[in-house]
Design a binder for this molecule. Structure first.
Ligand code: EPU
Length: 325
């Protein structure tokens, strides 16, 4: 009985995807990309996972809105893909519409006469940092080595070296899942460690950023070099999704896992990095199942030895960690 019901559900969903494609394709501008069963693993830093049932790179705000509304109308899940640096794509892929702001129209870096900088959601943090350095704007140095883009960094309030994204934000332009564009000053947003409430139910389009000061490019570059050196010495080079767990209050997840002797622990080709214990690295052919298995093992060991529940920092794309742990 259940199998039959599932089968009917699947058929209806397939029909909804076909209908979505047939409706949106003729209405998108030529610069927008729309594809079926797009492989997502190469778009992520961990390099695992299956395809997106439908994948789109809208080139304009109107195209983005159109895709969103048409998916909503059919009850199809919509997921945002940033730089793919902080997520694990399930092996089975994602049965929804995956949207990426990878088109160049979202990658703008525009200094304004009032001293602010407009940074599009698709702009890579590395490029933001490089362009700010060239223009003599200080305050973005900590972002340089984070392998994300502006949209993802806003959503996650990404951080490193004692700073986090919202330190440099003045206001965020976002689109609600109902397609409305809003401008939100930082003071009205609910931001915390690796969290921004407003961007769980909305899509960041870009932000006005505020440099801390102006300085010579040489000075700024020197600070970046210090951070780069620290990162190269303390973080692995192999494919990973960055830190896998949030730091529990008052301590570092990496130190905890290291103290329990878990560096080098493996499930399949997923390995606890021997460089930094809060990274799981892909040693070649890891699957999502390998990574999830290793996450489970680490959590169990930390719980039994220290009584601490480690909470994943990376997203399990299209799913909830609590459903698989
Ligand atoms: N440590 C160990 N063993 C390890 C790893 C770390 O003993 O295997 C010790 C270090 O020696 C240090 C302490 O733990 O004394 C903290 O380590 P680290 O400076 O690397 O900082 P972290 O708390 O582990 C955080 C962020 C990183 C960010 C770094 C650098 C989180 C979960 N992690 O790591 O962010 O790059 O600080 O600022 O907040 C990420 O978010 O994906 C990420 C990698």
């Amino acid at each position: 009985m259940n199998a039959t019901l599932n089968e009917i559900g699947r058929e209806q969903r397939e029909a909804a995807f076909h209908d979505l494609i047939a409706t949106v394709r003729p209405r998108l501008t030529a610069a927008s990309k729309l594809a079926e069963r797009e492989v997502l693993a190469p778009k992520t830093t961990m390099r695992v996972g299956g395809p997106a049932r439908v994948y789109a790179e809208p080139a304009t705000v109107d195209d983005l809105r159109h895709l969103l509304l048409e998916a909503n109308r059919r009850g199809l899940p919509v997921l945002l893909l940033g730089r793919g640096s902080n997520l694990i794509i399930p092996d089975a892929g994602v049965d929804g519409l995956v949207l990426s702001l990878a088109h160049e129209s979202w990658q703008k870096f525009e200094p304004k006469p009032d001293g602010r900088i407009w940074a599009g959601a698709g702009l890579r943090l590395k490029n933001l940092c490089g362009l700010a350095t060239k223009a003599g704007f200080k305050g973005f140095e900590f972002l340089e080595g984070i392998p994300g883009n502006v949209g993802g960094a806003l959503r996650m309030n990404a951080g490193a070296m004692g700073g986090w994204m919202f330190d440099v934000v003045e206001e965020v332009h976002l689109m609600s899942f109902a397609g409305e564009v809003r401008v939100m000053p930082k003071a009205e947003m609910h931001v915390d460690y690796r969290h921004c409430a407003e961007l769980q139910a909305g899509i960041a389009l870009g932000a006005h950023l505020k440099p801390a000061a102006t300085a010579g490019a040489e000075d700024i570059r020197r600070q970046i070099d210090v951070y780069q050196k620290k990162r190269v010495e303390s973080q692995p080079r192999e494919p990973s999704a960055g830190c896998i767990f949030k730091n529990p209050p008052g301590t570092s997840a990496g130190r905890l896992i290291d103290e329990l002797g878990l560096k080098g622990e493996r499930v399949g080709d997923a390995e606890v990095s021997t460089v930094h214990a809060n990274f799981i690295v892909n040693r070649g052919h890891a699957t999502s199942a390998d990574i999830i298995g290793l996450v489970r093992q680490i959590r169990a060991r930390v719980k039994s030895a220290r009584g601490i529940d480690l909470e994943p920092e990376v997203l399990l794309y299209g799913q909830e960690w609590r459903d698989v742990l």
